[in-house]
Design a protein around this ligand. Structure first.
Ligand SMILES: Cc1cc2nc3c(=O)[nH]c(=O)nc-3n(C[C@H](O)[C@H](O)[C@H](O)COP(=O)(O)OP(=O)(O)OC[C@H]3O[C@@H](n4cnc5c(N)ncnc54)[C@H](O)[C@@H]3O)c2cc1C
Length: 318
């Protein structure tokens, strides 16, 4: 559970005084977050990438259909993604964002007890797969239990496979998967809810329909389906279409806490970012000059000659 946060005014005062500032904070270092960090990095933006844990496909042995990296291990893909950020002004921290708040004309992001400020916030926190409650299924997820024919169809081509699903989504996935194998069964784990037309589709494509209730799954490199009553079915793999929801609570928090203030109407801003308009009166730590909140941003060239203000964020003086 996120920690309780102080009142907005108190929080803004504290964060503007102490927080490290970035052009963008990216929450999540999966493929989406890594790619966004790369694009923002080459665009000379100062970026913080928060790596809060493994990507969605962490349990998969190989990722397929990934341009130039077909068959790569997901951990290796991530390693390369992180390595290619090194030349740029991208800081990677292995910790989750705990909550986000609108601060000034940007966002405050809490990590642990510390807050950072961002002109833009990118939530690339991914989704979570909610798997059906079949004994032995969760442990085999990403190994012999799959969801995506384009990802795991090729290694299982022509193999005896099943689709698990009793509704329209099971029918749809079975029709898709028929492209990869002719040895296909639709397992409904009890009475199905297919239409007559859907049954005819299955018959036409030679897809077996098996409505026996499933007791459990077993097997290491293959999967055995144990039905109630003691019968079994040997397969190379099972595909299913899990329900999904957001992996992180942050997107919902944004919707309830201030999603109405979206940023699309804002100008893109200057290279290197600009000072938060609503930060309290501040002092330039180099020259002692004071700026009031809401004034024009003070741009200073950094060591690479880029206009930069957030690097030398003025400090609150009392
Ligand atoms: C078993 C399996 C196999 C797959 N195989 C393939 C394949 O072969 N080819 C293919 O193209 N696709 C494959 N996919 C799909 C692929 O995994 C997703 O398309 C991809 O991971 C989506 O990337 P993402 O960056 O949007 O999300 P994710 O990969 O889920 O990354 C989101 C990241 O955000 C992090 N995060 C969440 N909350 C926070 C927070 N508060 N603070 C910081 N970080 C946070 C998460 O820990 C995670 O690392 C597969 C998926 C699964 C489940």
């Amino acid at each position: 559970m996120p920690d309780p946060v102080p009142a907005q005014a108190e929080l803004e005062q504290e964060v503007c005084r102490t927080a490290e500032q970035y052009d963008a904070v990216i929450v999540g270092a999966g493929p989406a977050g890594l790619n966004a960090a790369l694009v923002l990095g080459v665009s000379r933006q100062r970026v913080l990438l928060l790596d809060g844990g493994p990507p969605r496909n962490a349990r998969a042995q190989e990722a397929h259909g990934v341009f130039t990296r077909d068959g790569i291990r997901p951990v290796e893909l991530k390693r390369i993604g992180l390595e290619q950020l090194v030349p740029y002004d991208v800081t990677v921290r292995s910790e989750p964002a705990r909550q986000v708040r609108e601060i000034g004309d940007g966002f405050g992001v809490q990590l642990g007890t510390e807050w950072v400020l961002a002109r833009r916030l990118l939530l690339a926190s991914g989704i979570r797969d909610l798997l059906p409650r079949v004994s032995g299924l969760k442990e085999r997820w990403g190994r012999t239990i799959h969801h995506c024919p384009y990802c795991d169809g090729w290694p299982n081509r022509r193999a005896p496979l099943a689709v698990l699903g009793s509704h329209q989504e099971g029918h749809h996935l079975a029709l898709s998967l028929r492209n990869w194998t002719e040895h296909l069964t639709l397992l409904t784990d009890g009475p199905d809810e297919l239409t007559e037309e859907q049954r005819l589709d299955l018959q036409r494509l030679g897809i077996a329909l098996d409505t026996r209730p499933i007791l459990r799954l077993s097997g290491k490199d293959t999967v055995t389906v144990h039905f109630h009553g003691g019968e079994t079915l040997e397969l190379e793999g099972i595909f299913l279409n899990p329900t999904q929801d957001q992996r992180s609570h942050l997107p919902a928090q944004r919707q309830t806490a201030g999603g109405q203030r979206e940023r699309h109407d804002q100008p893109p801003g200057r290279v290197g970012g600009r000072r938060y308009d609503r930060c309290p009166t501040v002092r330039d730590e180099r020259g002692g000059q004071r700026h009031g909140g809401g004034g024009q941003p003070q741009l200073h060239p950094d060591s690479r000659g880029r206009a930069r203000v957030w690097r030398r964020l003025p400090r609150v003086t009392g």
